[in-house]
Design a protein around this ligand. Sequence first.
Ligand SMILES: Nc1ncnc2c1ncn2[C@@H]1O[C@H](COP(=O)(O)OP(=O)(O)OP(=O)(O)O)[C@@H](O)[C@H]1O
Length: 299
Amino acid sequence: MVCTIEISNLTKSFKGKKAVDDVSFTVSEGEVVALLGPNGAGKSTTMHMMLGLLEPSAGTAKLFGLVPNDRRVRERIGVMPQHINLIDALKVKELISLFRNYYANPLSLEELVGITGLTGNELSKRTDKLSGGQKRQVGFMLSLAGNPDVLFFDEPTVGMDSTVRKKFWKKVKELSAEGKTILFSTHYLQEADDIATRIILFNKGKVIADGSPEEIKVNHLQQTVSFRAKESIHEGQLDKLPNVKAVNVVNGSYSILTDNADAVLAELFAMKIGIKDIGIKRGSLDDVFEQLTDKEGVS
Ligand SMILES: Nc1ncnc2c1ncn2[C@@H]1O[C@H](COP(=O)(O)OP(=O)(O)OP(=O)(O)O)[C@@H](O)[C@H]1O
């Protein structure tokens, strides 16, 4: 796999406080990576350093082995920032033409319109007459103008209604199928779970988990083993078992929180307490997010 993005020990401090703290990772060609994390976790700051919009306090960000501000990099990337500022005096169509002129091999206007599905009426509007959601669609279009290999979307779907949001992700999936590398930040765990091949979870400026949505769930998610028992269980007996993190009893039904449900079940059977009505529940990505960010203590 060709390494497209290489982040090494990236750090950014604002007034002595670390917004991004010694972050390292690589992204290979064709990956769809979600940067996930609570407000202020450092996602945008990391992205801005990758794009050469912010100078790192320490460490490096390289794209295609080059510094982000290199012209050869700029020609191969497309960016949809969190706050989209369009030139007010221009009509959408004029703005797109302007952007297409920046690139050696731009997509045609027809291709770009086809991708985002804006109507002729919207294309003839001045950009200051667009709604917030329409501005984001134009931002999406502009990010694709140069037919880039790598796309960066910073919280792309904020302000999009559900229809536009669905269309947007459908298109992103198509772009990914074409082999484009895509990096996006989001607060919406469902989006990350549905779209990303990989999630990098940020908290307090650090990467606290990195893997496919499935790997993150398997490696980081605690499970709940629930059961009833024919024999009585002494108080504290379950808490002493090696893989048990917490025990809850409601009306004779036990719930055990654990990282290893198989081991807990083996221990319960070995106790010969006649366990029955056994259930194992593994939570969602939401639970992982809460567990990991809580453990690290979100400020
Ligand atoms: N220009 C700046 N000056 C001072 N502090 C900043 C600046 N930019 C970001 N920060 C701080 O850096 C930290 C990380 O911010 P960042 O915007 O990267 O987080 P984020 O994960 O993208 O958050 P959100 O999800 O809210 O967009 C925050 O504490 C923020 O206040």
